[in-house]
Ligand binder design. Sequence first.
Ligand SMILES: [Zn+2]
Ligand SMILES: [Zn+2]
Length: 150
Amino acid sequence: MYEDVIERIKRQIVVDDKGCWIWQGRVDSSGYGDLRLKSTPSKTRIAHRISYEVFVARIPAGLQIDHLCRVRACVNPKHLEPVTPRENTLRSPIALASLAAQQATCKRGHAFDEKNTIWRREGGRACRTCKRDRLREFRERQRRVPADAA
Ligand SMILES: [Zn+2]
Ligand SMILES: [Zn+2]
């Protein structure tokens, strides 16, 4: 259906050793490939969005395209994934780095290292040690309750 668009994309890329399709055409101020077409699946000029749409599928409304390879000029549809704007912000290396710099330990001083950190689906993180302690305290309280009091 979009053979002409596909051909144009193929002519404007160079594949690097990581498999990234590096855009050789114009890039916009954000570093994203800029592709001007008369007609596109959805009205966008962002080359990687067009690439995803012609090679994979229409991007659901409101979703952003995240670069799994972190290369903004890459238009390889295999390196692209639609995400909600919030997921995209949380995943960006800058957001992760600032979060890590913010706080190295939880309120009770447990290190937020790889093993001890629970990444919440809704964003943010929790301390695994604290969670385990809370669970243990809860179970102990339960045990102390006399059976006939229930
Ligand atoms: Zn890539
Ligand atoms: Zn903790």
